[in-house]
Each structure stands twice: as structure tokens, then as C-alpha cells.
Design a binder for this molecule. Structure first.
Ligand SMILES: [Zn+2]
Length: 351
């Protein structure tokens, strides 16, 4: 059966969730970067087909800390537990989740629709491709126009062989060093943004200067920096000068590892990962420089050990713990509202 294709004007001024279109006012408090169902095992680890031990009290700290690699921890596909997890977030005030599991890390549009139906949480699904390591090697033969056509169709028709449509493009993967395929995919994302009016979320490689390079690449290739979000700033940029220079480009900076409280970061052991309190100091630096409207936050949950059912902080952590910390540290209600409601609403409303 042929899927129907929306036109851009059907989307303008609206938000697109896995269950259809919404008015922007219906979004409420929004987490801008999460994974609800995912498979972040590398292709090499998947091929071995060994998940390793079950998670238990005896090993869960070691897996959460990251020093013990657990394939099982990197994979989550249980819709019933996902419903429970998002319901707990709903109970403490979260209403919308942006789910950025895209090409390479096993997106499950139908599963997300079930989770949304089971919880009444709005889920806005991403599209496009994650970093090269996870992509089909055949993608190297494809053009930016080809990727753009696929991403625009994921927004306008449906994604990954389903009729469930994406409401944002991303997370588009980049790596340090930033290679040709990932540049071509990002060019495709920019073209798809121009065609659909969607925002783009970009996962930057780990070098501290890559976010700036990406923001300048977006602008130079005709992308809209005011509708571009750079993820994972908390593991990438540590000084105010780089942070403010990045915000000056007009992109939204995303601190999306809230809940990760250990300084140890297995994916880059040369850095000291900030904790939530230090993340809030960076937000204050941005706000004091006039960039309140360029900040979003999230948890980027993508390990089982970060889910409440496995002893983690869960999707409710920001509402349950971080917002009270913001109040204690002098953030105004208007600032909290901008970060959790107004900025996500602007970014998720199609231009
Ligand atoms: Zn992510």
C-alpha cells in the first residue's frame, strides 16, 4: 500500500510526533535528546552475538561506570519496560521526549508508537544516520541529494519502512577526524531541513573544536543555525571561551548527559566529565552572556544501567532532581521554563 506524503505546509507551525501532528502548546516540559529503544553495540560486537552476563547488583556499578564493557547494557528493546520508564517521567512532569535513535543504531518507529500510546508521553522521532562506524558501508557510494531525499521522506511519509513519521532530523553522526561520508550525510540533512522546515540535531566528534567547525559548516552550506542543535557539549567543551563562541553562531547548545555524575568517561578517558552541578555552571555562563534561548538539556539515556528498572536515574531525573537544584542555585522560573519548554517548542515547531 502506498504511503501518503505530507506537503511542507501540512507541517508548518506544528510538531510531528510518532502518533501524528500536535499544536506546539501541547508539548510541555521536553527532553531534547533521549533513546527509548536502541542498539548501540558496534557492528563488530553485534556479529559476536554474545550479550555477556545479566545485570545484577553484583556487576551493575562496574557496567554503569563503563570500565567493564557489557554488550547487554548497550542494547534495549523491551517496550513494556520502556512504557514503565516513561510513565515514571510523566509522573514527575515530563510530557515530551525527543528520541534520536537513527540509522545504524536500530530505530524502531512502531515500538516508539506503542510506548507513546502506552504512556500518553509525546515522542518526537529523529531520522538520518549516526556515525560512520555504524553505517552500512554502501552508504559511501551515496550522494547528499540521495540522503536528503531519504530524510525528507522520513519526515513527510514515514521512516524505516513504516508510516511513522519523524519530527526532527538526527542525531546526525560526526567523528573526529570528520570524514567524507559523515560530511555528505550532514549536507543531506541540511537539504532535508530546507525542504521540510525541520530542525537538525548533530552528534559531534569528541575534539573540542569540532562543534564550532560543524556550526560553521552548517552555515556555509545554507543550513539554518537557529534550527540546529549540537549535542553532547558536556563531554566536548570545557571552557567558557569555546562555549560562548559556539553559541554566537546561533546554534542551540545541548547539555544532554545530565545524570552522569562520574568524572570517569570511558569513551574519552583524557577528559574529566562534569557532574550536574558543573553542567549548571556552564548553563549560567551561557545565560549571563545572553544565550538563554540557545540552551536545551536532556539525559541521552542509551545504556540500561541509566534506566530506573536497572538501578539508574531514569528519564525523570531532570524533573525530580535537577530542577530543584536549579532553583536552589538561583535559576529563575522563567529560565527553567525557557530551557525545558520554550526552546524545545521553538525547535520542534516546523518552520
Ligand atoms: Zn544520542
Amino acid at each position: 500500500m502506498a504511503r501518503s506524503r505530507l506537503s511542507r505546509s501540512d507541517l508548518t507551525g506544528k510538531v510531528q510526533t510518532v502518533r501524528g501532528l500536535l499544536g506546539p502548546a501541547e508539548l510541555g516540559q521536553t527532553l531534547m535528546h533521549e533513546h527509548v529503544l536502541w542498539d548501540l553495540r558496534t557492528p563488530e560486537v553485534r556479529a559476536k552475538n554474545d550479550l555477556g552476563p545479566e545485570l545484577s547488583f553484583r556487576n551493575i556499578f562496574q557496567m554503569a561506570y563503563g570500565e567493564t564493557y557489557s554488550p547487554r547494557n548497550m542494547l534495549f528493546d523491551d517496550v513494556a519496560i520502556a512504557i514503565d520508564e516513561l510513565q515514571m517521567m510523566r509522573d514527575v512532569g515530563g510530557q515530551t521526549v525527543v528520541e534520536l535513535t537513527c540509522g545504524g543504531i536500530r530505530p524502531d518507529p512502531k515500538g516508539l508508537a506503542q510506548v507513546s500510546e502506552g504512556t500518553s508521553v509525546n515522542i518526537v522521532m529523529g531520522c538520518g544516520y549516526y556515525v560512520e562506524e555504524y553505517q552500512d558501508p554502501k552508504n559511501k557510494e551515496r550522494s547528499a541529494d540521495d540522503f536528503a531525499g531519504e530524510m525528507a521522506a522520513q519526515v513527510l511519509e514515514g521512516a524505516w519502512g513504516t508510516s511513522v513519521r519523524s519530527g526532527i532530523i538526527g542525531e546526525i553522526g560526526t567523528t573526529t577526524p570528520w570524514g567524507a561520508l559523515e560530511r555528505t550525510v550532514l549536507k543531506g540533512a541540511i537539504l532535508a531541513q530546507q525542504e521540510t522546515g525541520a530542525s537538525v540535531n548533530i552528534h559531534p566528534g569528541r575534539h573540542e573544536d569540532l562543534p564550532q567547525e560543524i556550526a560553521e559548516f552548517v552555515a556555509a552550506n545554507g543550513g539554518d543555525t537557529s534550527r540546529t542543535v549540537i549535542s553532547h557539549i558536556d563531554r566536548t567543551i570545557f571552557d567558557s571561551e569555546r562555549l560562548l563562541r559556539l553559541a554566537d553562531t546561533g546554534v542551540t547548545v545541548e547539555f544532554d548527559l545530565f545524570g552522569t555524575e562520574a568524572a570517569h568517561y570511558k569513551l574519552n578517558t583524557t577528559i574529566d566529565m562534569p557532574n550536574d552541578a558543573v553542567r549548571l555552571q556552564h548553563l549560567r555562563t551561557l545565560i549571563d552572556a545572553g544565550h538563554l534561548d540557545r540552551i536545551v538539556i536532556s539525559h541521552d539515556i542509551c545504556q540500561r544501567t541509566r534506566l530506573t528498572n536497572f538501578g539508574g536515574h531514569g528519564y525523570g531525573h531532570i524533573f525530580r532532581n535537577v530542577v530543584p537544584m536549579m532553583r536552589r542555585r538561583g535559576f529563575s522560573e522563567a529560565e527553567i521554563q525557557a530551557i525545558l519548554v520554550d526552546n524545545p517548542r521553538r525547535l520542534l515547531t516546523f518552520a
